[in-house]
Design a protein around this ligand. Structure first.
Ligand SMILES: Cc1cc2nc3c(=O)[nH]c(=O)nc-3n(C[C@H](O)[C@H](O)[C@H](O)COP(=O)(O)O)c2cc1C
Length: 173
């Protein structure tokens, strides 16, 4: 089974999160593609059982490269070609109260429109509350980005990868 993480990352924070999530997915037996949003063709998603969107918070919402990629998905949406895939998100923001919890459901909205089955983050998983909320893993890297994703955040990404893999196997197996 295969997962793809499509993400935008100018300073490497969302990329670091995606890398940790990849480890969790692989640990659970999935084959993983990491794909920069600006280099991702929508048709690449067709070949994957799980689809994860990763974005920084930019001016309170989804980053421009992710949004541009999302706007290329009309064709596969028209064909209902991505239904019943497993969907998840990861988000990196400067501070938690500056748009992270708007960006997470904004990404989910697109995954829902494509017909995905969403995977949240459960409150007994390591990293919950400090590196993830119920929507999924998040980073709080500070106003100037110097803090980077915390250990708790990276743990949450890894654990979330394992959870997404488990759900993918039960739904797509
Ligand atoms: C143009 C711009 C706008 C940003 N807007 C926000 C914002 O509204 N809220 C927030 O929490 N962080 C904001 N940030 C901070 C980034 O979300 C944060 O540094 C993030 O970790 C960057 O991820 P990346 O290194 O993967 O690109 C902004 C950063 C830039 C460059």
């Amino acid at each position: 089974m295969k997962a793809i993480i499509v993400y935008q990352s100018a300073y490497g924070h969302a990329g670091q999160m995606a890398g940790k999530m990849k480890e969790g997915l692989e640990e659970s037996g999935l084959e993983v593609t990491l794909s920069a949003a600006k280099k991702t063709d929508p048709k690449m998603l067709l070949d994957h059982d799980a689809i994860i969107f990763g974005s920084p918070v930019r001016m309170g919402s989804v980053g421009n490269e992710m949004k541009t990629f999302i706007d290329t998905l009309g064709g596969v949406w028209l064909e209902s070609a991505l239904q019943n895939r497993v969907g998840g998100v990861l988000v990196s923001g400067g501070g938690f109260n500056a748009g992270t919890e708007m960006t997470q459901p904004a990404l989910y909205s697109t995954l829902m429109e494509l017909g995905s089955v969403m995977v949240g983050f459960v409150n007994d998983m390591p990293g919950y509350g400090t590196g993830a909320n119920h929507w999924g893993p998040y980073a709080q890297v500070g106003l100037e980005g110097k803090d980077g994703p915390s250990e708790d955040c990276l743990t949450a990404c890894y654990e979330y990868g394992k959870r997404v893999a488990g759900v993918t196997k039960s739904i797509r197996g």
